[in-house]
Design a protein around this ligand. Structure first.
Ligand code: XMP
Length: 506
């Protein structure tokens, strides 16, 4: 078993998942439980990253004695810094914060870097850095900006890395974790989601819901579609899928969903038109968190009303793991966004919440959907945020802005599809920036809107690289948007990675 000590990184669970996939058992614990958890005789210990600074008062820590027990340890980011600080090294605030890709060069052979290249791309996300290492440690790798990108005390099998091997954008990240498991004396055997694990999930849902009435929130995204079908397979006619038309959906969304789920799957689907309610709830709000909360609240309100009519007892949502962690699921992690399907839930809900996909990442959810028999049209759909287009309109949401954004987004979608790039991109969408700029139309001055385009390459929601779309495609999209949508004067392309930017603008 591998123990993972959670210092509040957004990616702690992702580390766990990677280790699980490599065939090891995993237990994730808060720092205070470490000494107790040692009784379970872990073969290795991973110290996660975290948002705090090791020299900050009250920052989470573990006793220095842990590093002398002879158990192999891997400190990642904050974990590395803590390992250094607690064994005699020094950590300071870096001259520059470093987020996203960096090139690492291996300076010394180590079992930790077995079967990797001598230089490769890793992903960083840190402000502090190690400036001095203890006597018994050696430097394994550097980057252009940091001297201790990887360090080791090979004799004691203590390893520290500043980068994140759990992120898919880190080359050889899985190999580094694999190597650490081997160092810990574990046999590596890759595992994943398969038919029998999905059948077990259906059985679990069936057992926990019994013969009661169930409703599911169908939003049109991959997550809620997979959750709906999973529960449909488990409880059949006891399930009613409720689709709330919030008016914040993409072009043609409602019709497509009705066609697939009502006609094809013969699922009980109730379409609720609540467009006016959502706009009213949003009012003039322009703060992203206020908007998210207002939508979340309204979403639940409409649901409760419908659920009452249906006399349902359970409420199924397609919440997936990144939604949970980004709403501060872990004790030490920071709240990045209140996802409407977690953060906005009222304390006293009359329905019992069921979230069958809560422990899974997007690529796993897609796999589950495929095993359940969902067509690629659904499983390969782009993720769509619960608060919909409201978080792609910067500032207050109005019907007119929604209309402009929907049309721009539709043009972008059509062109990316035409170029057959939709499958290789994780997500692409338009953003209504709210910035008005000057233009010229038919010799007249125009003062109009700015639309931003965002396209991302990613494997899960935790990290992403902006997509290298062909200029020709960007040019076509830009021309079409400014020509077909009179209100728009300018089109921008967003070239920021996650981290530091999130995928959605709000
Ligand atoms: P961010 O913007 O946090 O997005 O980097 C990560 C992924 O999550 C989607 N997203 C949401 N999904 N409810 C959801 O179900 C939400 O409130 C929400 N906000 C963002 C986003 O589209 C991206 O795929």
């Amino acid at each position: 078993m591998i123990l993972i000590v959670d210092f509040g990184a957004q990616t702690t669970h992702l580390i766990g998942r990677r280790v699980l996939e490599l065939g090891a058992k995993v237990v994730i614990i808060p720092p205070n439980d470490l000494e107790k958890a040692l009784k379970q005789k872990p073969k290795g210990i991973i110290l996660s990253g975290g948002p705090a600074s090791v020299y900050e008062k009250g920052s989470p820590s573990i006793p220095s004695s842990i590093f002398t027990l002879g158990i192999p340890m891997l400190g990642i980011c904050y974990g590395e810094q803590l390992m250094m600080k607690n064994t005699g090294g020094k950590v300071m605030q870096g001259k520059k914060t470093e987020y996203g890709p960096a090139k690492i060069t291996i300076r010394k052979n180590s079992p930790l870097f077995k079967n990797t290249a001598t230089a490769f791309t890793v992903w960083m996300s840190h402000g502090d850095e190690v400036v001095k290492i203890p006597k018994n440690f050696t430097r394994l790798a550097t980057t252009e900006t940091i001297p201790y990108a990887a360090v080791a005390d090979e004799r004691k099998k203590l390893y520290g890395i500043q980068f994140h091997p759990e992120l898919v954008h880190t080359q050889f990240g899985e190999q580094v974790l694999k190597n650490f498991l081997t160092i810990s004396g574990l046999k590596v055997k890759k595992q994943g989601i398969n038919r029998s694990s999905v059948e077990n999930m259906i059985r679990d849902v069936k057992d926990s819901l019994g013969n009661n009435k169930v409703i599911v929130a169908l939003s049109g995204g991959v997550d809620s579609s997979v959750a709906a079908l999973l529960v449909h397979k488990a409880v059949g006619r006891n399930l009613t899928a409720i689709y709330i038309d919030s008016g914040l959906m993409r072009y043609g969304e409602t019709k497509t969903l009705e066609k697939i789920f009502k006609k094809h799957y013969r699922m009980k689907v109730l379409v609720v038109n609540a467009r006016k309610d959502f706009l009213k709830a949003l009012g003039n709000a322009s703060d992203p968190e206020k908007k998210r909360k207002a939508i979340g609240k309204m979403f639940i309100k409409v649901f409760e009303k419908e659920a009452k009519k249906l006399k349902a007892m359970y409420f199924v949502q397609g919440t997936i793991y990144p939604d949970v962690i980004e709403s501060a699921g872990s004790k030490h992690s920071k709240n990045i966004k209140s996802h409407h399907n977690v953060g906005g839930l009222p304390e006293k809900m009359n329905l019992t919440l069921v979230e069958p996909l809560r422990n899974f990442y997007k690529d796993e959810v897609r796999k589950i959907g495929k095993i359940l028999g969902l067509p690629d049209e659904i499983t390969q759909r782009q993720p769509f945020p619960g608060p919909g287009l409201a978080v792609r309109i910067i500032g207050a949401v109005t019907e007119q802005k929604l209309d402009i954004l929907r049309r721009a987004d539709h043009i972008f979608t059509e062109e990316v599809r035409k170029a057959r790039l939709d499958r290789s991109i994780w997500q692409f969408f338009a953003v209504h920036t709210g910035v008005l700029t000057t233009g010229v139309r038919g010799d007249n001055r125009a003062y109009g809107e700015t639309i931003a385009l965002r396209a991302l390459v990613a494997k899960d929601a935790m990290s992403a690289h902006w997509a290298d779309l062909p200029y020709k495609l960007l040019n076509t999209v830009s021309n079409r948007i400014v020509n077909e949508i009179r209100e728009v004067n300018r089109v921008l392309y967003d070239i920021t990675n996650k981290p530091p930017a999130t995928m959605e603008w709000e």
